[in-house]
Write a protein that binds this ligand. Sequence first.
Ligand code: ARG
Length: 464
Amino acid sequence: MTAQLSKKSEAWSARFSEPVSDLVKRYTASVFFDYRLAPFDIAGSLAHAEMLAHQGIISQQDHADVQRGMAQIQDEIAAGKFEWLLDLEDVHLNIEKRLTELVGDAGKRLHTGRSRNDQVATDIRLYLRAAIDDITTLLHQFRLALLDLAEQHAGTIMPGFTHMQVAQPVTFGHHILAYVEMFGRDTERMQDCRKRVNRLPLGAAALAGTTFPIDRQRVAKTLGFDDVCHNSLDAVSDRDFAIEFCAAAALLMTHISRMSEELVIWMSPRVGFIDIADRFCTGSSIMPQKKNPDVPELARGKTGRVNGHLVALLTLMKGQPLAYNKDNQEDKEPLFDTVDTVTDTLRIFADMAGGISVKAEAMRSAALQGYATATDLADYLVKKGLPFRDAHEAVARAVRACVDRGCDLADLTLTDLQVYSPLIAEDIFAVLTLEGSIAARDHVGGTAPAQVKKAIQRIRDQLA
Ligand code: ARG
């Protein structure tokens, strides 16, 4: 979008004896970016005009004229023919001016009982509500794609890590379900934030309300708001709902970033657990052998900017006295960029989940290294009556011997093992297998394939 400078006069020019410089115009204008609010600005104006007419504050004819003019403006914007003017500062004044050109006095009456302060606060809430609904849908699709991946690999064994050291065997399905849980909480946070976004500021006017007999509940109902904002000063000045959204978005991206980090590690030839479909990777201009996981790397990087936007909005708000201050114009670019980044990222990740191929053999052989079943041996001894701390110590000595010999616990003979505890018997070998280890963790939240399948079904039922 390009906004032009023109010779048209500003909306408040009668008060001023000299025009602002072109630099100041550019500095104070927001139309470069807030033109994106146009559909919401028009919806808000139509609801306001309908209420004004219903209350007898403007005539039915004025209302009809506003409707006609707005329909044409919508068409002009959709066709890319609407002329955005920098002199008119923002989306609100651009649309109002064009409306007045098209329908005359009815356009000038539209602003009765309203200010740009409550107008812009309403527009952002309408915009953000739609964005939250899109993000919720995308999270839903992404989680379904992850569930498919988890289901294919409910029994695929990989090493589970703590401190990036092999800890205990888990299934890849179970690992993926951890992210399904995180993105489930992200969805809840979005829904919770939506409740506080979905309240109507319009009617607060500049800051103190209006002298006209307006009906705020009527406007709220028309626009699908759950309620009105109950204090006019608060309605025009606080942006906590946007900050809350950015906090939820930053957490969401943090989860994306953690997953990205794992995808990058897993795809490294040194690890070789997965491959990601070519359409999400790029090559190197110099090294012909390279296939780089650019999408997860970029998502990890973009998390930084979303976190930054949260800090930007918090900082924007913290020094503002009541009520509206022009500072608030700076809320839009961080918010828009947060929405764009999260939306694009989720769209790509939902698709990419289907492009992950798992190298089950590599995962399995990694799980066989690193004494992943040492805890199982300790639990076995406890079940035979040894206190856990003593069992831990006995197994630690057995592992130490394996390290010296360069073998796994399962490679030791029964006689070797009995050196560490006479309680060990022939039935230990079933316990030391990877399959035995995962199958034994058979409770809600555990990695046993049967539990993974139950968890998948539980989440599928919730998403249905
Ligand atoms: N463009 C402004 C914003 O984004 C609209 C409200 C301006 N109000 C005012 N009194 N200057 O916040």
